[in-house]
Design a protein around this ligand. Structure first.
Ligand SMILES: N[C@@H](CCC(=O)N[C@@H](CS)C(=O)NCC(=O)O)C(=O)O
Length: 206
């Protein structure tokens, strides 16, 4: 099999599954149970040095091993240009929004989840990360009021990066009742349209 995905059912893992389903390629799925610590084994660290999912191995004469979901998405976009920007300006936006998700939206939602699970809902940490996450949602809303998708008028890996962090049932926004559906009409429209994509449905059905 050319593509081998090492992953688990979390927003970062779901991104790569969506991209591979959009590409319509076959891939082997290797579950890495992060609850059981399988991501920290020395064998898994050979493909993902920081001991985190997702990771992707691309088999060919010269196999390629990738970790970090943003790097994987941008690599796949180069293989499958329909998921990339159509010109230099769009590709620059695809990179910018993808890096924004892995540098801002993902870690801030992750920290909200971490502290919401462990400390009272009015603790300084929970309030701090809720505020920062709200700012992220405002950034996303402003962009989506001006543009159908994050990099322009068509769906790219930049949308794939952010979508599960907002709308996946495993997203911390769902789990800790961040009311994005009530407050952000452009995000809701964008997310509902993405949810209808057959590849996205397939990615979430497994
Ligand atoms: N920046 C990384 C973050 C990956 C990440 O945090 N993965 C989580 C699951 S969503 C994980 O493996 N957590 C287990 C751990 O850190 O031990 C990426 O975008 O791929």
């Amino acid at each position: 099999m050319k593509y081998e995905l090492y992953s688990w059912n979390t927003p970062n893992g779901q991104k790569i599954r969506i991209a591979l389903e959009e590409m319509g390629v076959e891939y082997a799925f290797h579950p890495v149970n992060i609850g059981a610590g399988e991501q920290k084994t020395s064998s898994f660290r050979r493909i993902s040095p920081d001991g985190k999912i997702p990771a992707l191995v691309v088999n060919s004469d010269m196999p390629i091993s990738l970790f970090e979901s943003g790097a994987i998405l941008l690599y796949l976009a180069e293989q499958f240009p329909t998921l990339h920007g159509r010109d230099e300006a769009e590709r620059a936006l695809v990179s910018s929004w993808t890096f924004w998700q892995v540098g801002q939206l993902g870690p801030l939602a992750g920290q909200l989840g971490r502290f919401s699970g462990e400390t009272p809902q009015n603790s300084a940490a929970v309030l701090h990360f809720r505020e920062l996450l709200t700012r992220c949602l405002e950034v996303l809303e402003t962009r989506l009021l001006a543009s159908e998708y994050l990099a322009g008028d068509h769906f790219t890996v930049a949308d794939i990066a952010s979508y599960p962090w907002i709308a996946s049932p495993q997203s911390y926004l769902q789990r800790y009742n961040v009311d994005w559906r009530g407050d952000y009409t452009a995000i809701v429209k964008w997310a509902d349209k993405i949810a209808e994509r057959p590849a996205v449905k397939r990615a979430f059905s497994v």
